[in-house]
Design a protein around this ligand. Structure first.
Ligand SMILES: N[C@@H](CCC(=O)N[C@@H](CS)C(=O)NCC(=O)O)C(=O)O
Length: 205
């Protein structure tokens, strides 16, 4: 069995780093310079983006797909991903919700911030709307976490890892989490885990 993981520092691939750290699945890392030569990356992902994993010669891109795939392949026996059935459906729903539904508002906010380069000039109105939308969506997640330790219920899963890592970007971009008490308590549980600390420590080097 061989897995090659194409990654880059401080990118969406950090999310996949955390998934690997939780699973402990052996893999080889290929660190890509996204501002430099991307020819190797383009061979496995024509979109030229990380993360990508190549499992036994087959390339899989898109962080949400990678989380779900690694969960299915290696997470069930480690009790980090539900077995096939409705609970797995919920896991897939929340991972997709993170990247697609919350992601839409997060990327809109990023583009409107004026920090995404000359193609995306600062847009205060779009920023206000996206920030409001993010608040609404975080309210939905906060409600989901009410009375639960983790997104799917009592047990930690790769859904929590995926979301925690995704929400880190929002923290860095100074989204206010104080109104969301359930998210705040859940995030403290998730970020106290050894795998999260390991990924953060590696990133600091
Ligand atoms: N939808 C993709 C987004 C991946 C993505 O945007 N990756 C960025 C890094 S954060 C990238 O590789 N950018 C390289 C480039 O655009 O040159 C996913 O979730 O995996």
């Amino acid at each position: 069995m061989s897995i090659i993981f194409f990654t880059a520092p401080q990118s969406t691939a950090t999310l996949t780093d955390l998934i690997f750290a939780e699973l402990g699945t052996p893999h080889d890392r290929k660190v890509v310079d996204l501002k430099g030569d991307k020819s190797e990356l383009l061979k496995v992902n024509p979109n030229g983006k990380v993360p990508v994993i190549v499992h036994d010669g087959v390339a899989i891109a898109e962080s949400a797909a990678i989380t779900m795939y690694l969960g299915e392949q290696f997470g069930v026996e480690k009790k980090l991903w539900p077995a096939a059935g409705p609970k797995r459906g919920q896991a897939m729903m929340w991972v997709t919700w993170t990247n697609v539904t919350l992601g839409d508002a997060v990327y809109r906010r990023g583009r409107a911030s004026g920090q995404w380069g000359p193609d995306f000039p600062k847009d205060d109105h779009a920023m206000t709307v996206a920030t409001k939308d993010i608040g609404h969506l975080l309210g939905i997640l906060d409600k989901q976490l009410e009375g639960k330790h983790y997104v799917l219920g009592a047990d930690y899963s790769l859904v929590d890892a995926h979301m925690t890592s995704f929400l880190d970007w929002l923290r860095y971009s100074k989204v206010d989490f104080t109104p969301f008490t359930h998210i705040t308590e859940w995030a403290a549980r998730c970020t106290a885990r050894p795998a999260y600390k390991q990924v953060m420590a590696a990133m600091a080097h």
